[in-house]
Design a protein around this ligand. Structure first.
Ligand code: GLN
Length: 251
């Protein structure tokens, strides 16, 4: 049951968009609220179910091509997510989810599918001339220097995708950051992701919010404004520290 005062975190189609553990982003957000004494409600939206309006944060994760197409088709049947965003809801969309909230995305069979058009990006296997071979699948660790005005430390994650994603000409929004290691969007400007108002798309799995708690807190700030200082257990930072060491990145 959804309680009035709880922050409502919707996890969209986890059976389709849950291949890479991105459902952990919901757990991180809920736990960081609870550590602050604030109630949180994680609402799983099963595949095929209508997306409810009225949630504060909507999460979409990564997935394989076929489930991704099913997710896009399911989401395109309703305008609920678009309406929620217009009313100020926060969206975090990872990898396949990022591609799905854009204008269009490919599958391995060469087809191009309509996305939701929530953000002004498009995804293809390659943006090189057709006589060039498509680039290899992007797999591995990613380090992203976030856009400075976001006030975030370096972002860590891993990626596993064939698609390359670019802004539409004249589109709204800007990259989440510049890639220091890995591929990200895979475009010449070496960026990853998009930020458009309160919608973020990124190629970072991890789950990204577990590796980057400051990004989780930015999403929560967009919902709540300034939050009490967190007095969570030290375990909260252990993954972050371990990943910084593993990637040889200064904090
Ligand atoms: N199927 C998409 C691609 O390969 C997304 C993969 C993912 O979500 N990890 O580009």
């Amino acid at each position: 049951m959804i309680t009035e005062s709880a922050t409502r975190i919707a996890l969209i189609y986890p059976e389709l968009l849950g291949t890479y553990g991105d459902g952990g982003n919901a757990i991180v957000l809920a736990q960081r609220l609870r550590w602050r004494g604030l109630p949180a409600e994680v609402i799983d939206i099963p595949a095929g179910e209508p997306v409810p309006g009225g949630c504060d944060i909507y999460l979409l994760g990564g997935g394989e091509d076929e489930p991704q197409v099913l997710a896009a088709e399911g989401l395109r049947r309703s305008t609920a997510l678009l309406r929620a965003v217009n009313e100020g809801a926060v969206v975090l969309a990872v990898c396949a989810g990022y591609q799905v909230i854009g204008a269009s995305f490919p599958t391995g069979d060469g087809q191009v599918h309509d996305g939701l058009g929530l953000v002004d990006v498009e995804t293809r296997r390659s943006f090189d001339p057709p006589d060039q071979p498509a680039p290899p699948r992007a797999v591995g660790d990613v380090v992203v220097e976030p856009a400075s005005d976001l006030g975030l430390p370096v972002l860590l994650g891993y990626e596993n995708h064939a698609g390359r994603t670019r802004m539409l000409p004249g589109g709204q929004g800007r990259p989440l950051g510049v890639v220091r290691k890995g591929v990200g969007n895979g475009t010449a400007d070496q960026t990853d992701g998009i930020v458009d108002e309160r919608v973020i798309g990124t190629y970072l799995h991890g789950p990204v919010l577990a590796q980057n708690p400051a990004l989780a807190d930015l999403l929560l700030f967009w919902v709540h404004g300034p939050l009490p200082e967190l007095s969570g257990p030290p375990e909260a930072g252990i993954l972050r520290q371990a990943r910084l060491r593993a990637l040889d990145v200064a904090a």
